[in-house]
Design a protein around this ligand. Structure first.
Ligand SMILES: [Fe+2]
Ligand SMILES: [Fe+2]
Length: 194
């Protein structure tokens, strides 16, 4: 009997990637704070769940089958994205830099997805070549995904959990000044009007 209900792990992760790319495209076209915030929340939810199933199930299974550096970098890239996800979830579309944060997150994700999906040397290719059981992994990930989504439905989205960033404190500096003070390359700076 053909098992159609068991998702292949890589097909499942790629489908998540495509979904999030579509959401980023919708965000770019969206107008109005409410609509933007709704899409941004969807993006963050998708990414939080996706990082969980990769970090808890897929990446550990890749250990020994995929180049170690590639896996380490993937964890760090996830943590980098989580910083922006937390920023976006904690702010409103009418705040300064909101759109920029979503845009930069999309660029970071684009790079990360490329590292996972790249032909031959990408993480998924290496994992497939090593003969990982993609049906079993897909099944585990699908179950974990359902569980996480049900939990968020009930209790709201959690703060993303980092796995490689060790929580160094960041200082919030003064707000960016819109007034030009000195131009780059202009060693004398801006001269007072005479
Ligand atoms: Fe991924
Ligand atoms: Fe990933």
């Amino acid at each position: 009997m053909v098992q159609t209900d068991k998702p292949d792990a890589i097909a499942m992760l790629k489908a998540d990637h495509r979904k999030v790319e579509e959401l980023f495209a919708s965000f770019e076209k969206a107008r109005g704070a409410e609509r933007k915030q709704a899409i941004a929340k969807q993006i963050c939810t998708e990414l939080i769940v996706h990082t969980i199933i990769e970090e808890e199930i897929f990446y550990p299974a890749c250990k020994g089958a995929v180049e170690e550096d590639l896996i380490d970098e993937a964890y760090v890239e996830h943590d980098g994205a989580k910083v922006l996800i937390a920023e976006i979830l904690g702010s409103e579309p009418n705040e300064e830099f909101y759109d920029a944060k979503v845009k930069v997150l999309s660029e970071q994700i684009e790079h990360h997805v490329e590292e996972e999906e790249k032909r031959v040397e990408g993480m998924f290719s290496q994992a497939r070549k090593a003969g990982l059981d993609m049906d079993a992994l897909g099944e585990q990930m699908a179950m974990r995904k359902q569980q996480a989504l049900a939990e968020y439905e009930k209790n709201g989205l959690p703060a993303p959990e980092t796995r490689t960033f060790t929580g160094h404190e960041l200082e919030e500096g003064a707000p960016v000044d819109d007034e030009p003070t000195a131009r780059v390359g202009d060693s004398e700076g801006v001269r007072p009007a005479s």
